[in-house]
Design a protein around this ligand. Structure first.
Ligand SMILES: Nc1ncnc2c1ncn2[C@@H]1O[C@H](COP(=O)(O)OP(=O)(O)O)[C@@H](O)[C@H]1O
Ligand SMILES: [Mg+2]
Length: 370
């Protein structure tokens, strides 16, 4: 394969988050070439896809640096609408910051009545973000706080099932921009989720811009009332949902969930870096599935996914390791049965760990709105 063809092949894996289509086919990536070890291409994103720029730059860099003969990557940014950088180039360095447009972010808008927003994020799916978000919300509510839960995983909403309200439909009042949604109350918390608005088994196939719009509606067009804390359950990765939430609302901070495994860590590291680059405080790392506790031998611990990964990630980033949550059958059972483990098995090791996570976070997160 010629080196130019190898570059094009490497870029073929890059996709639009909304439609899943190849960026080369969409014409957003143009003129890929290689000269003296430097891979160069032009990136032209339509306005609605601009929030994907950082992620695309990161993925392109990683894909191109894996090609033999590539030592450097340069991305030429096409001229944008007023306010953008005219023909700027994202740094030629091999690693480092995606050029999230720090100077261009609109002012963040607090949610009336909501004192602080804590997001739960991770690089990978299946590490237990939703489990952590739901149980953390319940544990915070048990400690006497008024708590909301915003399920921002539009494509894979799990909160309704985990809270046992998948069959409920929230009340929607008004039309268009003045439409207001009433959250569903369950386990002492107020929750909204795409899962409450679509029929079960119906795939969610909206494109990026709609996703941003829905998340913004979930932030600002929901009758949250007075909430001490709003917990936001994010989808995996560093995509549109993360950017939308991080750019829209002032946040007390984000909690990064990982398992101890090296593959989960690599992804979690990327997620963590993105929030730091956007100026969002990282409250700390939660290591989930730290050790398996067999139901018939509750004193035993098995490190199914290795050990120490969460501590390593937290140490690298200079943030606290907030909790090491065990892998226990009641956690999964509670999630599937719609009764989170902090309520269904409050004496379990995991429920106790969640209670102490809630206490730690309340102390760590400062209110962002008076
Ligand atoms: N600590 C745990 N112990 C047992 N099962 C868990 C634990 N954490 C998560 N699970 C289970 O793993 C699956 C994936 O968790 P989930 O919270 O949906 O992950 P994510 O939101 O990161 O995709 C769920 O079935 C959940 O019940
Ligand atoms: Mg989830």
């Amino acid at each position: 394969m010629t080196s130019a063809a190898a570059i094009t092949t490497a870029l073929e894996s890059l996709r639009d988050a909304g439609s899943g289509r190849s960026l080369l086919k969409l014409g957003w990536i143009q003129n890929p070439r290689l000269a003296n070890g430097r891979a160069v291409f032009r990136l032209t994103l339509p306005g609605f896809a601009h929030s994907q720029q950082g992620r695309i730059a990161d993925e392109a860099r990683a894909a191109l640096l894996a090609v033999d003969g590539v030592d450097e990557v340069q991305i030429e940014l096409a001229p944008q609408a007023p306010g953008g950088h005219q023909g700027a180039a994202i740094g030629a360095a091999g690693h480092g910051a995606p050029a999230a447009a720090a100077g261009q972010l609109p002012e963040r808008q607090p949610i009336p009545g909501v004192s602080q927003v804590i997001a739960v994020s991770s690089g990978k799916g299946g590490v237990g973000k939703s489990t952590v978000a739901v149980n953390l919300a319940c544990a915070l509510a048990q400690s006497g706080l008024k708590v909301g839960l915003l399920d921002a995983d539009i494509y894979g909403p799990n909160a309704p099932t985990m809270l046992g309200v998948a069959d409920r439909t929230p009340e929607v009042r008004g039309e268009g921009a003045s439409q207001v949604l009433t959250p569903i109350e369950s386990c002492g918390i107020a929750m909204v989720s795409m899962g409450l608005l679509i029929a079960e088994n119906q795939p969610v196939i909206w494109r990026g811009p709609m996703l941003n719009g829905i998340i913004r509606q979930f932030l600002y067009q929901v009758e949250w009332g007075e909430r001490d804390v709003l917990v936001v359950d994010l989808p995996p990765g560093t995509g549109d949902a993360q950017l939308t939430v991080a750019q829209a609302v002032p946040m007390a901070g984000v909690v990064i969930v990982t398992t101890p495994q090296q593959v989960a860590l690599a992804d979690a590291r990327r997620g963590l870096a993105m929030f730091l680059q956007m100026g969002i405080p990282v409250l700390g790392v939660v290591e989930n599935m730290s050790a398996f506790i067999p139901p018939d031998a509750p004193d035993k611990r098995y490190a199914l996914f290795g050990s120490g990964g969460g501590r390593q990630l937290a140490g690298e980033a200079g943030v606290p390791l907030l909790a090491e949550l065990p892998l226990e059958m009641p956690v999964r059972e509670g999630g599937d049965a719609g009764r989170p483990v902090v309520l269904s098995a409050p004496e379990s090791a995991t429920a106790r760990a969640f209670a102490s996570l809630a206490t730690t976070l309340v102390q760590a997160a400062q209110p962002v709105a008076a």
